[in-house]
Design a protein around this ligand. Structure first.
Ligand code: SF4
Ligand code: SF4
Length: 292
């Protein structure tokens, strides 16, 4: 029997909760909504100063003078403006290196919408059990949408990727609520529609098949060094890892020397967590190609 390990899920949930709390609390405290009102501005009162030295969200965040930006925000900016603002290079280095080395962990470990979609998957499971789930087959359009948005950003000079980045959409909604006391119909409808579809139909539809940001991050992390690894000697072929994988990647295939769709695997670690004999673990190092 393999050694029992700390579940990645516990750490992942903690990180996801901190990020979600951040995108709610940052606009709440930085704009100080209780002292802000349009009528006061009209009367000549300026909005109160920021309470927090932190601003931004998962797309770009500043701690005082220290800024980090999402790798795709950097790409979006360059493609839409056809220029490079030099300070942004420093801001993207850490997130870019992390993505290149660790893959699209942004999706599984940081994205607050991914977190909400994960919780929503439990409703999908329940609907499946009581026969209220209607599933349909749909191809993976993530790379297609990613390419279309980059083309749109180039030709129309708009940050098209940011418009369809779900965590940025969610953060924008909180910003609207706390600064303008309103919700945007497009952003709210987008989120609600996908929550409903995923509850009653295809599980994790957005992350699995449609998310352009997920597609872009998959490409950036294609040669990552953090991967899951299977110890074939330990595997008892119980199939629990296949059931746990949110993208139906069937990690049990690794025990038969068959590849999974590594571009889609986001290192969530759910397969590792459920394995009763700890046959799956995280591994740092280049992935070995499986000989046919
Ligand atoms: S959960 Fe573990 S033992 Fe079961 S099939 Fe997957 S790797 Fe093998
Ligand atoms: S294969 Fe494992 S780590 Fe990869 S997405 Fe599926 S459950 Fe997560």
């Amino acid at each position: 029997m393999g050694r029992k390990k700390l579940k990645a899920l516990y750490i992942r949930r903690l990180v996801q909760l901190i990020v979600l709390a951040g995108i709610i609390l940052i606009p709440f405290y930085s704009q100080n909504p209780y002292q802000w009102s349009p009528s006061r501005i009209v009367l000549g009162h300026l909005p109160p100063p920021r309470v927090l030295p932190v601003s931004g969200d998962t797309w770009a965040i500043s701690f005082g003078n220290f800024t980090l930006i999402h790798p795709l925000a950097f790409v979006d900016y360059i493609v839409s403006t056809k220029s490079i603002y030099l300070p942004l290079i420093g801001a993207v280095v850490i997130p870019l290196v992390l993505t290149l080395l660790l893959g699209r962990i942004f999706c599984s470990w940081l994205c607050p919408m991914g977190f909400i979609f994960e919780l929503n998957q439990k409703i999908n499971n329940l609907m499946g059990r009581i026969g209220l789930r209607w599933s349909f087959r749909i191809r993976d359009y993530r790379f297609v949408f990613f390419t279309i948005l980059l083309i749109a950003a180039f030709f129309f000079a708009i940050p098209a990727l940011s418009v369809f980045d779900p965590p940025h959409i969610l953060a924008r909604e909180f910003m609207f609520i706390f600064t303008h006391h309103q919700v945007s119909l497009t952003g709210t409808l987008f989120i609600l529609i996908f929550l409903l579809i995923e509850a009653f139909s295809v599980k994790r539809l957005w992350c699995n098949r449609l998310c352009p940001s997920g597609g872009g991050l998959s490409l950036l992390g294609a040669k990552r060094v953090l991967n899951i690894r299977m110890d074939k000697e330990l595997c008892i072929k119980c199939g629990k890892c296949d059931d746990a994988c949110p993208y139906d990647l069937k990690p049990m295939m690794l025990s038969e020397d068959r590849e999974i769709d590594w571009l889609k695997c986001d290192n969530c670690g759910l397969c590792r967590d459920v394995c009763p004999v700890s046959a799956i673990s995280y591994h740092l190092g280049m992935r070995k190609r499986i000989e046919k």
